[in-house]
Design a protein around this ligand. Structure first.
Ligand SMILES: [Zn+2]
Length: 440
C-alpha cells in the first residue's frame, strides 16, 4: 500500500512538471528556516542559478550548519543549481557540539596546515588529496607514522589530527572504493592507503534494525571476504557489504537472570552459524556456571552446532564457593602401607590443595601425594640399591625432571622433612655424602 502511494505521487509530480514547464524558468525562492521563533529568511534566484550560502548568527550559539531536512540528516548542497523552491533548515550549534580536525600536509610538520570545525556525531567524509611534486599521495592517516589510516566513514566523536602521507612510487599506493551495496554503481567514498598496510573497517551501511552486516567483500558476487587483519597488497580494492535480511538471520536474546522479563541485550547471527558464547557477566558473590535456553535451566545452550532458530540465553548463577580448609599432616609410609604427603583439604567440597596456602592450588591427582609403601627402605637410598651414594641424588633429580627411572623409593628419597619432595632432598643427601651432616 505504501509503495502504491509513492508511485502515485511521483506520477502526479511528473504530470505537474509537464503541465507547467514554466516553473523551471523565472525565479525560484530559497527559504532559510532559522528553526527558532518561526524566523525565516527568503532569497530569490533566477531558476538554474547556483545559490550563495548565507551566514547567520544567534545569541548563545557558536556556529550554524545548513541542512536540506528538518531532522538535520543531510547537509544542504549549495553547489547545485536551484531549479525549484527549496528550504534550508538551519541547525544552531554550541561549542560542545563542535569538534576539530587538524590537518598536517606533512607528517613532519610541527605546525598544522589547517583545521576545520565539524559537528560531533556526524561523518566528516573524505578530504581532498593534496598534491606534492615528485611524490604520490598515499592517503590520510591518524598518526605521524602513517600506520593508522583515517576512516572517512566513521562518525566523529572527538577532535583529532590527520596527516597527509606520501609514497615515492605509485606502486606503493592502494586505491580503495567503498560501496553501500553490491549493486551500487557509485561508491559512497573512496581514497588511498599505503600498500602493505592494513585497511580500516568501514562503518556499516544504512541497515534496518533486523538486518546484519555479515562482512565486507572484495567482489560484487560476495564470494571473497576482506580480511582486515592482513596487509593490503592489491593496487586497487573495492569493498561491498554483505547485509543479511530477516530471513537469513536468527535472533539471540541475552538475559542477565532467568527471572528477568526482558533480555539485557540481543543480536543477530547468520543462520547456520553456531550461537556465539556470551562473556560471563559478573555479580557480587556469584558466578555464571552455564548458559541455558530456557528459564527453568534444563536445556544447556549449544555453542558448537549450527543454529537456525531464534534463541534466548539464560545464565545459571551459583554462589561463589569459598573453600574452608584444614591441614592434613603427612602420614609416613611404612613397609606395608602407603603414606600421604602433607596437604590441605576443603571440609565442604573435599578438594585437596598443595600445602603452600593461601594460593589454594588444587591437587587434582591425589596419587601425586601418595608416599608408596615399598617394603623396608633405607632413608636416603632413593633408588633402592642398598647403598646411599651420588646415584640417589641423580635418582631424585630424575624424579623431579619427570624422567623415568627403574626404581624410585619416594619414602626413602624424602629426607629433608619439608612439605614436598624436591631438590632440597637431593641437596641434603649431597651434604650427607660430603660429611656436612651426620644423619639423614
Ligand atoms: Zn571447597
Amino acid at each position: 500500500m505504501k509503495r502504491f502511494v509513492c508511485v502515485l505521487l511521483s506520477v502526479v509530480m511528473t504530470a505537474a512538471l509537464c503541465v507547467f514547464p514554466a516553473s523551471a524558468s523565472g525565479t525560484v525562492t530559497l527559504t532559510y528556516d532559522l528553526m527558532y521563533e518561526g524566523k525565516t529568511v527568503t532569497r530569490e534566484y533566477e531558476a538554474g542559478a547556483v545559490p550563495e550560502q548565507e551566514s547567520f548568527s544567534r545569541e548563545g550559539y557558536d556556529s550554524c550548519r545548513c541542512y536540506s531536512d528538518g531532522g538535520f540528516t543531510e547537509h544542504f548542497d549549495f553547489s547545485k543549481p536551484l531549479t525549484e523552491d527549496k528550504t534550508v533548515y538551519v541547525r544552531w550549534l554550541t561549542e560542545d557540539e563542535l569538534v576539530n580536525i587538524t590537518v598536517y600536509l606533512d607528517p613532519a610538520d610541527e605546525e598544522p596546515t589547517a583545521s576545520g570545525e565539524f559537528v560531533r556525531g556526524e561523518v566528516p567524509g573524505q578530504f581532498d588529496a593534496p598534491g606534492r611534486e615528485g611524490e604520490y599521495f598515499a592517503g590520510w592517516y591518524r598518526n605521524r607514522q602513517c600506520t593508522v589510516p583515517y576512516n572517512p566513514t566513521e562518525v566523529i566523536i572527538d577532535s583529532f589530527d590527520i596527516y597527509a602521507c606520501f609514497a615515492d612510487s605509485p606502486d606503493e599506493v592502494t586505491g580503495y572504493r567503498i560501496f553501500d551495496s553490491p549493486q551500487a554503481k557509485t561508491p559512497v567514498v573512496g581514497g588511498f592507503i599505503k600498500k602493505g598496510g592494513t585497511m580500516f573497517f568501514p562503518a556499516s551501511p544504512k541497515m534496518d534494525e533486523d538486518q546484519l552486516l555479515e562482512g565486507w567483500f572484495l567482489d560484487r558476487g560476495l564470494t571473497s571476504e576482506m580480511d582486515f587483519s592482513q596487509p593490503v597488497t592489491d593496487s586497487e580494492i573495492s569493498l561491498y557489504p554483505s547485509v543479511l535480511g530477516e530471513e537469513e538471520v536468527y535472533w539471540v536474546g541475552l538475559y542477565l537472570d532467568p527471572k528477568d522479563a526482558a533480555p539485557v541485550g540481543y543480536g543477530f547471527v547468520k543462520k547456520g552459524k553456531p550461537v556465539p558464547e556470551p562473556e560471563s557477566p559478573s555479580r557480587e558473590g556469584e558466578r555464571v556456571t552455564g548458559w541455558f535456553t530456557d528459564r527453568a535451566l534444563t536445556h544447556e545452550a549449544d555453542f558448537v552446532s549450527p543454529n537456525e532458530d531464534d534463541i534466548s540465553l539464560f545464565p545459571r548463577w551459583e554462589a561463589i564457593h569459598r573453600h574452608s580448609i584444614t591441614e592434613v599432616p603427612e602420614t609416613a609410609a611404612t613397609a606395608a602401607t602407603d603414606g600421604c604427603g602433607k596437604h590441605w583439604i576443603c571440609t565442604e567440597c573435599r578438594k585437596w590443595f598443595y600445602p603452600d596456602n593461601p594460593s589454594l592450588v588444587e591437587i587434582e591427582d591425589h596419587e601425586e601425594m601418595v608416599i608408596p609403601a615399598e617394603g623396608p627402605f633405607v632413608r636416603g637410598d632413593a633408588n633402592g640399591d642398598g647403598d646411599i651414594n651420588i646415584s640417589d641424588v641423580t635418582s631424585i633429580q630424575c624424579f623431579i625432571a619427570e624422567i623415568e627411572t627403574e626404581k624410585f623409593c619416594r619414602a626413602a628419597a624424602h629426607v629433608s622433612g619439608s612439605d614436598r619432595l624436591d631438590i632440597t632432598d637431593a641437596t641434603y643427601i649431597q651434604y650427607y655424602l660430603a660429611d656436612l651432616v651426620d644423619t639423614l
